[in-house]
Design a binder for this molecule. Structure first.
Ligand code: 5GP
Ligand code: ZN
Length: 114
């Protein structure tokens, strides 16, 4: 048993506002949304950062992105646009060390990000 927050969600010990569940990933609403839509797509398997992702995990990363795309389409964000973000390590803003893709949409995004 580890005390990783997102592993607790995967195990059902903490129940976020779930959006999607598959055998490999879960997706749920971020508790502190930075846009009208802010959903996190999280692999069930614990991987601390993108630095620990192996070459064999390419299909898993692809599934995170495709899940985000499906959720964006369901929520009618495909036309207006949306942003996918994965922060890697503290310097990039990562605070939960179990990889996750942020899906942000429903407002105009600026560039560069902060
Ligand atoms: P990071 O900063 O690691 O890229 O993103 C972590 C995200 O997890 C943040 O956007 C933060 O708001 C979200 N988060 C942290 N704790 C919880 C929680 O208990 N529940 C949910 N749903 N989101 C959380
Ligand atoms: Zn974890």
């Amino acid at each position: 048993m580890n005390d990783c927050l997102f592993c607790k969600m995967v195990r059902g010990e903490i129940q976020p506002r779930m959006v999607m569940e598959t055998d490999e990933l879960i997706a749920f609403h971020d508790i502190n949304p930075q846009a009208p839509t802010h959903i996190l797509v999280v692999p069930r398997r614990h991987i601390a950062t993108l630095n620990e992702v192996g070459d064999a995990d390419g299909p898993l990363l692809g599934k995170l992105m495709l899940a985000a795309r499906h959720i964006a389409q369901d929520r009618k964000l495909a036309e207006s646009g949306y942003r996918l973000v994965m922060n890697c390590n503290r310097g990039a803003g990562q605070t939960v060390f179990h990889i996750h893709l942020h899906l942000l949409g429903g407002r105009l995004m600026t560039w560069p990000p902060g």
